[in-house]
Every structure is written in C-alpha cells, then in structure tokens.
Design a protein around this ligand. Structure first.
Ligand SMILES: [Zn+2]
Length: 355
C-alpha cells in the first residue's frame, strides 16, 4: 500500500471515520499516533506523518493515543472488514444486497450486520449509502444530469436517493445542480464593525455571508448564486436555527475568540472544497500565502487557482479567505474590498479581552 498524503491529510482534517483502519497519523510535536477520526485537536500539517500500521508508528518512536486507541481498535476489527469496505467502494455503483455483502465477507448476514456496526458505527447499508453519496457528489460536480448521476451512483431510482441525499449535501441533488430550484433561503442583514453583513441560509446551513454597502445589492448577489431559490427576509427575533447561526457570527464580531464552526450549504468544485476546507484550519491571527496554501493542499503549482478559489468564496469569516495573502506580503485581493481585509486582519491580530 502506498499512502496518498493529500487524501490522508484531508481525512484527518475531516476526522473521516471511513478512513479508520486504512492508515494512522503521527504528530511529531506530541509524539503520539492517532486514527483519522480521532477527536483530539487537529495538528498542523507540517507536524504530521502518516503510517500504514501502528508497528510503523511505534518504530518511529511514537506512542498510542489514549483517546482513539488505535491498537485496541484494530484488535476489535474482524479480519474481513477492511477488504469488504474496499470492495464496497469499488462496486457501490451496483446493487449490493445484504446477501451479496455477506457472501463477499464470508460470514453470515447476522454476523456481518452486528460486527460491521460494532467496528464502524454504521450498518453495511449505511456504508454503501455513504459511498454512493460520495460518487453522486462527484458526478454532479462534473456536470452530469441528475438522473444520470443518480443511476451511475447505483441508486436505481430517483426516490431512493431523495431519502437520504438531502442531509448529506445540504441541498437535494436537483437543487445542488440547478441554482437552488425549490430551495428556501432566508436572510437578514446585520450591522457589524466591518460594515453591513448579509447572512443567508437554508434550513441546513449558511449559504452566503457577505459584506456590502447596501441591502439590495447584497441580496442581488445571493440571487445570482441561487437564481431559482425563494428568498425570504427575516426580522428579529430570528427563528431557529438561523437565530443561533446569526448569534455565533455576532459573538465572533464582538469577541474574536468565539469559534465559527457552523454548518455550510455551498456548491463547490472538488478543488474549491480542498482550498476552503484548508482555509478553515488557519487559526485567527495567522496568515498564509497563496503559495503556502497550494503546497499544503498538495498542489504546489496551483497558487493562482488557490487565489481564484479564495476570490469565489461567498462565506466571509466562516471560510476565512482574508487570512491568505500574496507571497510578497502584499495583501492580495479580497471579494469584499482590500481595506476591509486589512481591517479584519488588524483586528484579529490584536488581543481579545481575556486573551
Ligand atoms: Zn487519537
């Protein structure tokens, strides 16, 4: 097995439990190794090394994390599990009834259900569904029709996919592909220390957070992104969950120490996802250059594309593209104005009350 570091690092950033059992990561500063899904604080990329086995990690002088217990987890895993997961991934575009999975694993359907769930936290059926979702998202992003993508992902019928797809994408597949048709977006404009801030959301997450000079112009921008969605303005007191999301943004703009980890509903290419996910790991008070981001996501020659991905971000603060600068220390661009970028950086770098 040859580890693809980019994929491994993405799995660690997302705490992707599907990658558990595939590799381990060690943190050179703490001298501990973990499973990809470990709940401990995410390390910095430059301190991380990937291992194929706990033996390899220990040979490097690292010790087992007491939180995710990689050695114990491995002994709990039935020996057919890893092979079965790989085969499901490879064949998830086919119908995979339980009887077929149990034949592939070489154990009874009863044992398969029970042991699969114990080891992964998911039923085999849910695992197949997750794999299909991953395939479906890729299909939609490259512009196939929804029907084609659904059938290519092994769903076999349109109704099956709607059962579970909405929750994972934040929009149903058709909405995801078609400018938000049928999508209900609510929005409000907040007054902040950096100017007016438009906050727009579906019921599953924030879809636009944009600074601007006037309400009409800001709402128009969201309309361009989701031309077929219905847009409803909200008044105080906001309904839930909008209330909590707006309150979290307000709290951040009051006291920059608040954590902005809110659900997002975005349309993104695979590359934008890679860049935006990375941006969300840059701590307040720190900056990176476009070049550094490109290197960190494993695309060292893509600095220009990184700059474009930053420019196309519609979620100010939540995806902190203001923390990315040009390599020569110049500010670079900012969708909401370079002066605002500088003001945000100055404010974030100054100590918050209680820091
Ligand atoms: Zn751990």
């Amino acid at each position: 097995m040859l580890l693809n570091e980019e994929i491994c690092w993405a799995a660690v950033r997302e705490r992707d439990r599907f990658q558990d059992g595939r590799f381990l990561y060690g943190v050179l500063t703490t001298r501990v190794y973990c499973r990809p899904s470990c709940a401990s604080r995410r390390p910095r990329r430059e301190n991380v090394r990937f291992y194929e086995s706990w033996q390899a990690a220990e040979a490097d002088g690292l010790r087992e994390c007491l939180r995710c217990r990689p050695k114990q987890a491995e002994s709990r895993q039935p020996d057919w599990l890893a092979g079965l997961c790989r085969r499901i991934e490879a064949r998830c575009d086919e119908p995979l009834p339980l009887a077929e999975l149990s034949r592939m694993a070489g154990v009874s359907a009863f044992h398969l259900q029970r042991q699969f769930k114990a080891a992964t936290g998911l039923t085999p059926r849910q695992y197949v569904h997750q794999c299909r979702m991953a395939l479906l998202k890729t299909g939609l992003r490259v512009g196939t029709s929804v029907t084609e993508a659904v059938f290519a992902a092994g769903y076999g019928s349109m109704s099956r996919v709607y059962e579970g797809a909405g929750a994972a994408l934040g929009m149903t597949p058709a909405q995801y592909g078609k400018g938000g048709a049928g999508l209900a977006i609510t929005w409000a404009v907040m007054r902040t220390r950096f100017g007016l801030l438009l906050v727009a959301a579906t019921d599953t997450g924030l879809c636009a957070v944009e600074f601007g000079a006037g309400e009409a112009e800001m709402v128009d921008r969201v309309r361009c992104e989701f031309p077929k969605a219905t847009m409803t303005p909200l008044a105080q007191p906001y309904p839930q969950p909008f209330h909590d999301w707006a309150a979290a943004l307000e709290a951040y703009l009051e006291d920059r120490r608040a954590v902005l980890d809110l659900p997002l509903t975005v349309r993104a290419t695979a590359f934008q996802t890679l860049v935006w996910n990375y941006l969300r790991t840059i701590p307040r008070g720190e900056t990176r250059s476009y070049q550094e981001v490109a290197r960190e996501i494993g695309r060292p020659s893509a600095a220009r594309a990184v700059a474009r991905a930053c420019a196309s971000n519609r979620l100010a603060l939540l995806i902190p593209c203001h923390r990315v600068l040009r390599g020569d220390g110049e500010l670079g661009g900012y969708r909401w104005g370079v002066a605002r970028k500088q003001a945000l950086l100055d404010w974030e770098e100054s100590p918050a009350a209680g820091d």
